[in-house]
Design a protein around this ligand. Structure first.
Ligand SMILES: Nc1ncnc2c1ncn2[C@@H]1O[C@H](COP(=O)(O)OP(=O)(O)O)[C@@H](O)[C@H]1O
Ligand SMILES: Nc1ccn([C@@H]2O[C@H](COP(=O)(O)OP(=O)(O)O)[C@@H](O)[C@H]2O)c(=O)n1
Length: 234
């Protein structure tokens, strides 16, 4: 981790597999710290959705590169929520389906997509005062982030969490199907050549299988505040 002093505060990286609790914790921690929450997964999902609409195949690197050259992805605060805009269109709901989640896992393995979003993510977070959640924040996007977490949980627990979330949205997927999809996404994210999901050597690992959201938040908040205090001492 670096001792860089940044304009708006430190950079916090939260990496981990699907369903570990990254989005939940990033939102809560950002609110506690007054930091900006950057959902990099939503950015990859937006690319996948726009590629699907344009009929660009998940392995069409030239087509994906062309799409990313003109695609504008932005986040708009909406009270407690955060809307995701693609070329100005609110795609917050459409990007959250499991179909788009799986397509995203394929699209996000492509080098042109990773290169384009890497540039955007570094521009969004360079001044600090940000928490970025994703798969490669602590390893590729901001290897010099002052604080890095690797948040995980058992595949069964993550599948159960995702199942409850989908059921609450009226999705009829079974628990077994959802666990299998979580495991499939894990394999794709961990096994790809470019920026695979893996724990940074200097990341603090947190296994949330048997922890509540508040218990995870307490561990994260104290680690970040300790690092901020250290930086202030100079
Ligand atoms: N420690 C936890 N215990 C129980 N449920 C959790 C925990 N962390 C997250 N959840 C729930 O699991 C689901 C997925 O969490 P989310 O933050 O979207 O994970 P990720 O962003 O890592 O995919 C959400 O419904 C969330 O409320
Ligand atoms: N920094 C990131 C974030 C997401 N992704 C990809 O985007 C997909 C969706 O990310 P997400 O964070 O929205 O998914 P969940 O973890 O919320 O299920 C992941 O399965 C990854 O394949 C990535 O490659 N790199």
């Amino acid at each position: 981790m670096s001792d860089t002093v940044r304009e708006n505060g430190v950079i916090v990286a939260i990496d981990g597999p699907s369903g570990a609790g990254k989005s939940s914790l990033t939102k809560l921690l950002a609110r506690r710290l007054g930091y900006i929450h950057i959902d990099t997964g939503a950015m990859f999902r937006a690319v996948a959705l726009m590629a699907k609409r344009a009929g660009i195949a998940a392995d069409d690197d030239a087509g994906l590169a062309g799409l990313c050259r003109t695609l504008e992805i932005s986040f708009v605060r909406d009270g407690e929520a955060c809307r995701v805009l693609a070329n100005g269109e609110d795609v917050s709901r459409e990007i959250r389906t499991e179909e788009i989640g799986l397509l995203t896992s394929a699209v996000s393995a492509r080098k042109p997509v990773r290169a384009a979003l890497l540039t955007m993510q570094r521009a969004m977070g360079a001044k600090g005062g940000v928490i970025l959640e994703g798969r490669d924040i602590g390893t590729v996007v901001f290897p010099d982030a002052e604080v890095k977490f690797f948040l995980s949980a058992s595949a069964e627990e993550r599948g159960r969490r995702r199942y409850l979330e989908l059921a609450a949205r009226g999705d009829s997927a079974t628990l077994e199907e959802t666990i299998a999809k979580v495991i499939q996404r894990d394999r794709q994210d961990e096994g790809r050549e470019h920026a695979p999901l893996k724990q940074a050597a200097d990341a603090l690992p947190i296994d949330s299988t048997s922890l509540s959201i508040d218990e995870v938040l307490a561990v994260m908040e104290s680690a970040v505040r300790e690092r901020i205090a250290k930086g202030e001492k100079g």
